[in-house]
Design a protein around this ligand. Structure first.
Ligand code: ATP
Ligand code: MN
Length: 534
């Protein structure tokens, strides 16, 4: 009997100790950490909302990004990481009210532009219908509406010198929903492609380009989107012998890049969604372009297909086919037209050679960055830091095809840079192309705001692959990325942090981590000022 009591007591003590050690203590610790500690990564005058227990990693802890296999502290939160990430103080930095000169467009200007477009469309449509009737062409006529509250208008009006959209702009999810469901009223080649073939005015394009199958679609409220059809299955890896410049464009890479860009808080990629398109009803039958009609055909398997009519030999082998009409694709929301918001295309200083054995200077000269730093526009302002942000973004996705980048001319050298065309990312999950990181590893500089967000995403409670998986759950074409691609993101993120770590060891924190978002948010005119350490 006594022995039984002893055993019972011993068991209870063991259970209590385990409880104390594994449950109570960690809880107490997390409560202790959560109280009163606010973001200390930035300057003390940064306005941050007080959120419960969401401590921001300190810059001094920058090496403390947790190893990937450390899952012991992972909370079982049932997939709410994305919500917690966006509630984090780092994603709630209050930016100042934007002055009119900091916005890309003014309401009246855009309204006027929109009105003109609608009346031009109506005139053109009337004429086309008459001609089509005479020539026996069957076109589906769709109603168009002039909607001053259209989500694409709100997107365009929200573009500022800091980013393409603000973090909590409800117009962005609305625009994604609209692009997913709105009737398509017309389909055509994109302007850049027409310019390449000499078929349209080159002043209307940033750069004649377009060696890929892509189309411009117009929705019934005049929203425009760039459609890139699915060319590769999600689980196919780019073959080893493929050069990056003959690699296919991937629609899911475009979609994933938008989500990644938003999660990194860059907001430099226009909103992109997936959509299952009926290529007969939503492209062939709504196009007024005879050249586009001419590339449609029915395959031996009775599927509707179309092919890219490019400058080089483009044959039916390069076609994409529906099943029998349905085809997945990405829809990227169009930026405002060049006549109201001109953009400039600038060669990437770390451009690759687009020949079989060519090499660029950055590949052979370890001091290449010193030259770049002395060259306009990289010799002042934040352009070089933005290029480094872009290289981190591209390294995470594995995109080696960043030959140019674009900027809005309105914001001059201080504006952000656009991350357009991300379709060549996510080709290989089993390989990390570290040369994409050359701007970071050669210049050894990174914005502190970028670094703290990367550190946050390396922590188990926000893990990049988990927030990406969650974010893309809302896309109609989910799953957007296969698991190996998601896990590659975590692995690559660790590599970025290690590259920064190596730089800090060599040059010291002050040289490498460049403070941004430094000035008070109280005075709008000095909202963001970059202090370069050199
Ligand atoms: N969302 C968008 N809104 C407006 N214009 C866009 C958008 N996305 C891309 N463009 C324009 O179209 C051009 C070509 O797009 P993209 O690079 O995706 O196609 P591409 O066929 O790969 O071209 P390239 O051969 O030059 O790489 C871009 O340089 C840009 O000027
Ligand atoms: Mn491209």
């Amino acid at each position: 009997m006594r022995r039984d009591r002893f055993l019972l007591a011993a068991t209870l003590t063991a259970i209590f100790s385990a409880d104390l050690y594994f449950i109570l203590l960690p809880k107490l610790r997390s409560v202790g950490q959560g109280t009163g500690q606010l973001c200390s990564c930035g300057p003390s005058n940064l306005t941050l909302p007080r959120l419960r227990g969401l401590a921001t990693p300190q810059l001094s802890n920058w090496t403390s990004a947790l190893p990937l296999d450390d899952t012991t502290t992972e909370p079982t939160d049932g997939g709410l990481k994305l919500g917690r990430l966006f509630a984090h103080p780092l994603y709630n930095i209050q930016t100042p009210e934007l002055g009119p000169e900091e916005r890309l467009l003014q309401v009246e200007q855009l309204m006027e532009y929109y009105r003109k477009k609608v009346s031009r469309w109506e005139r053109h449509n009337k004429l086309y219908s008459e001609v089509a009737a005479i020539s026996n062409i069957s076109v589906i006529e769709h109603e168009v509406t002039f909607d001053p509250d259209a989500s694409w208008m709100k997107f365009h009006l929200g573009i500022s010198r800091y980013a393409l959209y603000s973090r909590d702009d409800p117009a962005i999810p609305q625009l994604l929903r609209d692009m997913q469901s709105m009737p398509v009223v017309s389909a055509d080649y994109t302007q850049d492609e027409k310019a390449l073939k000499g078929a349209c005015d080159c002043t209307q394009v940033v750069k004649p380009s377009g060696h890929h199958l892509k189309l411009a679609l117009k929705m019934h409220d005049f929203a425009k989107a760039m459609f890139k059809p699915m060319r590769q299955n999600r689980d196919e890896e780019t073959p080893e012998d493929f050069f990056y410049f003959v690699d296919l464009q991937r629609h899911n890479a475009e979609i994933a890049a938008f989500h990644l860009d938003r999660i990194l808080d860059f907001r430099r990629v226009p909103p992109v969604t997936g959509r299952l398109m009926n290529i007969t009803g939503e492209i062939l039958q709504v196009t007024h372009n005879e050249d586009l009609r001419a590339v449609f055909f029915t395959s031996p398997a009775n599927n509707t297909c179309f092919f890219a009519k490019c400058l080089y030999v483009c044959k039916t082998e390069y076609a994409v086919c529906g099943s029998p009409d349905l085809l997945e694709g990405s829809l990227s929301a169009y930026l405002p037209g060049l006549s109201i918001a001109p953009r400039l295309s600038i060669p990437n200083p770390w451009i690759r050679s687009y020949t079989f054995n060519g090499q660029e200077e950055w590949e052979v000269n370890p001091f290449y960055c010193d030259t770049v730093k002395q060259t306009y526009p990289y010799n002042s302002g934040n352009r070089l830091l933005n290029i480094i942000d872009m290289s981190i973004f591209d390294f995470l996705t594995g995109n080696m095809d960043r030959h140019h980048y674009e900027i809005f001319t309105r914001f001059g050298d201080e504006g952000f840079i656009l991350h357009l065309d991300n379709a060549r990312g996510f080709g290989k999950h089993s390989q990390d192309e570290t040369s994409i990181l050359a701007p970071l590893s050669q210049c050894c500089m990174i914005k502190s705001s970028t670094l703290v967000r990367l550190q946050l995403l390396a922590r188990p409670e926000f893990r990049l692959s988990d927030v990406m998986r969650e974010s893309m759950e809302g896309d109609p074409l989910r799953p957007i990325l296969t698991e190996p691609h998601l896990l590659a993101l975590d692995r690559r993120l660790q590599k970025v942090l290690r590259a920064v770590q190596r730089c800090v060891r060599r040059l010291g924190k002050d040289e490498v981590i460049i403070r941004d978002f430094v000035k008070s948010t109280v005075k709008p005119q000095t909202s963001t000022e970059l202090i370069k350490a050199r």
